[in-house]
Design a protein around this ligand. Structure first.
Ligand SMILES: [Zn+2]
Length: 285
């Protein structure tokens, strides 16, 4: 048994096959057809328990599931029929394919919630983080992603990448934040309060983060995020960094962007700070 298979090894294996296929046939490399890949996965690894069906199903409270047939001879990959966007469907299918490749001998079956599919971890400690890591690596290969972004840091470029890879803007932005050198923070909010936030590594080190897990944080006044009159601002406006980070130097500004997402019934705000500046509370640094 290939028990040493990790999320990145599994994703690279498919990436190599997809690169060769697209090159040989001259067909588009993206977005990836996960259904075809899932049904062929057992064949690639010479396993005898293939995924035989990928289908939409009304599965309450879950976005995706992976269920074996009796005797575990084959597997059924399900995604929620209420999912409206192609991007979320593709990511969900890739996440369940990740469970199939990496974890199917560890559990009887898998059912995954919206929370499982938005991975805010930076390591692959849990099986949910591993399945998300597999999905992101497969759907948005870093070398291609870096080339597409070409140093940019705005929703225009991230939106173009989301369209190229056929995934949601949320998944695309998280993938970017985990690897960018920019000091950037994604804040997802609804009705004036943060649902969750995620900082790039450099932003985290400069003190630019919000601890949304253990406290309720309101969206600050006089920000683009708080302005009900603006629903989209893809390239950003300069605002005083103190509006978001009270301990930032007075003359220090950041670029704020905004997208109102129907997909998640939430607003996404992206903050990009100049490199090198710190916004720590003095005693916390
Ligand atoms: Zn899962």
């Amino acid at each position: 048994m290939a028990d040493e298979l990790t999320a990145s090894k599994a994703a690279y294996r498919f990436t190599r096959i997809l690169n060769l296929f697209a090159e040989y046939h001259g067909t588009p490399r993206f977005p990836i057809d996960i259904v075809a890949l899932a049904k062929d996965a057992a064949n690639q690894f010479h396993w005898s328990d293939p995924i035989t069906k990928v289908q939409a199903e009304s599965i309450k409270n879950f976005e995706g599931a992976l269920i074996p047939s009796e005797g575990r001879r084959d597997w059924l990959l399900l995604y929620n029929s209420n999912l409206k966007s192609e991007g979320r469907i593709r990511f969900t299918q890739a996440h369940e394919l990740g469970h199939y490749l990496l974890h199917r001998h560890q559990r009887d079956s898998f059912s995954c919630t919206e929370g499982d599919l938005i991975n805010l971890e930076t390591d692959d400690a849990t099986i949910e983080a591993q399945a998300d890591s597999f999905a992101s690596t497969l759907l948005m290969p870093l070398d291609d992603f870096r080339g597409q972004m070409n140093g940019s840091a705005d929703f225009d470029c991230l939106g173009a990448c989301a369209a190229r890879y056929g995934v949601s803007l949320t998944a695309t932005t998280l993938r970017w934040l985990k690897h960018t050198e920019h000091h950037a923070i994604l804040v997802v909010h609804r009705d004036g309060y943060m649902n969750w936030a995620f900082s790039s590594g450099p932003a985290l080190k400069s003190g630019a983060f919000f601890k949304t897990r253990n406290q309720t944080i309101a969206i600050p006044n006089d920000t683009l995020a708080a302005d009900m009159g603006v629903s989209h601002e893809r390239t950003g406006v300069e605002i005083a960094a103190r509006k978001w980070f009270p301990h930032a130097p007075a003359d220090f500004s950041l670029r704020e962007m905004k997208i109102t997402s129907n997909e998640y019934d939430a607003v996404m705000s992206l903050l990009v700070l100049p490199k090198g500046e710190k916004v720590w509370k003095p005693k916390d640094e």
